[in-house]
Design a protein around this ligand. Structure first.
Ligand code: NAP
Length: 322
């Protein structure tokens, strides 16, 4: 998602270089969605352009990666309220999957996510349609994004759920209340998205970089931007103690939090820059003491403003429906 459009532009050839570099250094998990990428002029459906970009890499390297994509958001993400329309009916799931397979140039998706739940539709119908796709060999595993604990249990009764993808980081911890315990219960792994707090936890964002992106107007980045630097200062001070960067410290905290809870976690940081891919991958070598983990745990009390990007619709994320 961060390769194109939402946090600032990038040149497609630079983006391709970054993804290829990530695979070169051992990254094996690619996360995209039908709705990611720059929308085509005149189109108001899922852009599909990020999947097409990823297809360029897959053409030569399909066997080197686990490929995840998502369906369900029918508009242009972040562009307007139209971006928050959702569909989860069987016909839509099937046609969205065919469209993603075509754009990605592959005959199977390793992990297919429901990106958002259509609130008036039983989740069993949507997951039932995904189960059909597994039986037909079009997808290998079922994933769910931004589901509540209750929704996850209902879904897992229809078909095993391999992974839950929701926002989780040092400053976004609401999933630990209901979603994480449900994931442990049903045996799903966790894929924390925005593990760097959409870049905020790295301490590199400025007011100008926020203004020109999807972060603009969101409570944590707008009126609370300065106050939330208390969180960055805490992360930065612990990073200094262990000779790591703030980004590496934030990622190491997530691995450790998953381990402490008994849950496999695979954070998916996004970046347009090859050097930052290396920096983020090196977080695997960063160790935090129990005392440092406890101090990082306390950062959540410093956060001002609700979890971001709900487009003024709290139900858009799991916490708004719990
Ligand atoms: N399921 C969902 O609803 C959902 C929602 C959001 C995201 N996602 C997925 O999660 C992925 C990651 O989320 P995200 O991009 O929102 O958030 P993120 O990984 O927390 O942050 C990305 C931002 O951090 C910056 N960054 C990355 N590494 C850095 C480093 N080492 N030092 C300084 N800055 C760094 C990037 O800027 P540069 O590009 O300039 O490096 C980018 O602006 C997305 O690509 C998408 O696949 C899923």
């Amino acid at each position: 998602m961060a390769l194109s459009h939402v946090y600032g532009r990038s040149d497609p050839s630079d983006a391709l270089r970054t993804v290829n570099h990530a695979i070169d250094v051992g990254v094996t998990f690619i996360d995209t969605a039908d709705v990611y990428g720059e929308p085509r002029p005149g189109s108001d459906g899922p852009a599909g352009t990020n999947e097409e970009l990823i297809a360029e890499v897959l053409r030569h390297r399909r066997d080197e990666v686990q490929l995840a994509t998502k369906f369900g958001i029918t508009g242009r993400i972040g562009a307007d309220t139209g971006g928050t329309s959702i569909r989860g009916d069987r016909d839509y799931v099937r046609s969205a999957c065919e469209a993603s397979l075509r754009r990605l140039g592959t005959d199977v998706i390793d992990l297919y996510y429901m990106h958002r739940r259509e609130l008036d539709r039983p989740i069993e119908e949507t997951v039932g349609a995904m189960a059909e796709l597994v039986r037909e060999g079009k997808i290998r595993h079922v994933g769910l994004s931004e589901v509540t604990g209750t929704e996850l249990r209902l879904a897992a009764a229809v078909h095993p759920v391999a992974a839950v993808q929701s926002e989780w980081s040092i400053w976004s911890r609401d999933v630990e209340r209901h979603v994480v315990p449900a994931a442990i219960e049903v045996g799903a792994g966790f894929v924390p998205y925005s593990p760097l707090g959409r870049g905020f936890l790295t301490g590199t964002l400025t007011r100008a970089s926020v203004a020109n992106s999807i972060r603009s107007g969101q409570p944590r980045f707008d009126q609370n931007f300065e106050a939330n630097h208390a969180v960055v200062e805490l992360v930065r001070s612990i990073a200094g103690e262990i000779n790591a960067t703030p980004a590496q410290t934030a990622l190491a905290w997530l691995y450790s939090r998953g381990t402490r809870l008994g849950l496999p976690v695979v954070p998916i940081p996004g970046t347009r820059h090859a050097a930052r891919v290396d920096e983020n991958a090196d977080s695997l070598t960063v160790a935090l003491t129990n005392e440092q983990l406890t101090r990082l745990d306390s950062a959540v009390w410093l956060v001002m403003g609700d979890r971001n990007l709900t487009f003024n619709r709290p139900q858009w994320i799991s916490a708004g429906r719990e």
